[in-house]
Design a protein around this ligand. Structure first.
Ligand code: GLU
Length: 467
């Protein structure tokens, strides 16, 4: 039997961290077992679902590289099928119309509570044969009255629920629309899902879904309920804990694989290994070794991983991910002759792609103004004179390379009996606009002679204009 897993998000918002991790686990499980991965959009709640959210889910999945083999299916396009399923259950006597009014149900619950019991539907319409005038009925599933439902959860182990705990669930509302637990069952059955991997907030639905599946004559799939993700304060992960939308991480300059790597380690481990290539994730991931307790989201660790991936990335790959970020900064990275050298000196220093852009921008764009703090600190005293001396020396330099620039600046420092910093810092501010850059010799070598000399001249002019 080949493995089929699914990711069935409700399009009521963006793709968030928790959803992405569930999708990843399901995707990995399918890939590992040469199975199929199905994407299904659970959009029956028309009020809360939106086109934008559907698009956000597609975008998130595609950015993360979680490709699917089937779908996307849309539940709103399968309404006919759900009606058919409801008919089937009614005909077989496994579902019935319930005409109870809201008042009756409220009273029922009230009485149950007063007796110290749990409120539940008491099944009073089960044997009703007559409709009730003026009431559009709901349809309820006839839950088996006796016995247990046993779930051998791949993560949580065996879970046993007595059928007496479960009441007769509404599977169709009075307007005929099917409810969540029913559409999921029909879909999981029709799509031949073998493994349902989902958040453990659904664990209470599972026994109900198993009973309905059995009534429809289907073999229930295997279940794996993944524990929640918590923030560092122990509360359920939410916006308070930072970005929760997957696409926000893209916008903040994260690499998709860094996020995937972070997510796969959220509640799962393989010895003390931290870095997993895509293939390693597929080969090593095992749903049954997902931990039973909840996982804690740690943004610093995600940032650390991102940094590791940026450092190790080949520049071409990095350029593909950074292209949009450069564009936002007004830089067409494909037009830059020296982009690769710039990446190579900055990759080792950039924790995010935004930082890479920030550190790289002055190589590609003329600087517009100088950082006031750097000016105060380094464009003072003899800075202008030093810069003029540097300019004179550099003008003579041939060939123009990291080594030749290095020697030239050192020679000058020696001649003038000053520390290299007294030369390098004003020079940095002159060419980069701030007192931070990669090593000054590499920086000038990459900038090129002409740009370097032009920027020094502009800086001298600026300094002179200050006094
Ligand atoms: N649409 C449900 C959700 O987003 C899917 C639950 C399931 O995996 O069965 O929570």
């Amino acid at each position: 039997m080949s493995v089929v897993t699914r990711f069935p998000p409700s399009p009521t918002g963006y793709l968030h961290i928790g959803g992405a991790r569930t999708a990843l686990f399901s995707w990995l499980y399918a890939r590992k077992h040469d199975g199929r991965f199905v994407l299904r959009i659970e959009d029956t709640d028309r009020e809360r679902s939106s086109e934008q959210s559907v698009q956000a889910i597609f975008d998130g999945m595609s950015w993360l590289g979680l490709d699917y083999d089937e779908g996307p299916y849309f539940q709103t396009r399968r309404m006919e099928r759900y009606r058919e399923g409801i008919e089937q259950l009614i005909k077989a006597g496994d579902a019935y119309y319930c005409y109870c009014t809201k008042e009756e149900l409220d009273q029922m619950r009230e009485r149950q509570r007063a007796r110290g019991g749990k409120p539940r539907y008491d099944g009073r319409c089960r044997d009703r044969s007559q409709p009730r005038e003026g009431v559009s009925p709901v349809v309820r599933f006839k839950n088996p009255p006796e016995g247990n439902v046993v779930i051998d959860d791949l993560i949580k182990g065996r879970i046993v629920i007595s059928n007496q705990e479960l009441d007769d669930l509404i599977i169709a509302r009075s307007d005929g629309t099917p409810t969540y637990n029913f559409t999921v069952v029909i879909d999981d059955m029709d799509m031949h899902i073998t493994h349902v991997i989902r958040g453990d907030d659904h664990v209470n639905n599972t026994p109900r879904q198993i009973n309905i599946l059995k009534a429809l004559g289907a073999q229930p799939p295997q279940y794996a309920h993944v524990p929640m993700i918590l923030g560092e304060d122990g509360k359920r992960l939410s916006k308070r804990h930072g970005a929760v939308s997957v696409m926000q991480y893209r916008d903040d300059g994260y690499l998709p694989h860094a996020l995937l790597n972070y997510l796969v380690r959220l509640g799962w481990s393989h010895g003390d290994k931290e870095i997993f290539s895509r293939q390693e994730m597929i080969d090593l991931f095992d749903i049954s070794s997902v931990q039973r307790g909840s996982a804690v989201f740690n943004p610093e660790k995600l940032l650390w991983l991102n940094y590791e991936y940026i450092k190790a990335a080949n520049p071409e790959e990095l350029r593909d991910h950074a292209r949009g970020h450069f564009k936002n900064a007004g830089i067409d990275i494909d037009d830059q002759a020296n982009w690769k050298e710039v990446f190579l000196v900055n990759q080792q220093r950039s924790k995010t792609l935004l930082e890479l852009v920030e550190r790289s921008a002055f190589f590609f764009l003329d600087i517009d103004g100088y950082d006031p703090k750097s000016v105060k600190k380094h464009f003072k005293g003899r800075a202008s004179e030093v810069l003029l001396a540097v300019q004179a020396q550099l003008r003579q330099l041939d060939p123009w390379s990291t080594d030749s620039v290095h020697d030239c600046l050192h020679r000058l420092a020696e001649q003038r009996s000053i520390g290299l910093g007294k030369i390098a810092q004003p020079l940095r501010v002159a060419v980069a606009g701030v007192a931070v850059s990669p090593p000054i010799d590499e920086t000038l070598a990459i900038l090129g002679k002409e740009t370097t000399l032009r920027r020094i001249a502009a800086a001298v002019e600026y300094i002179n204009s200050l006094t």
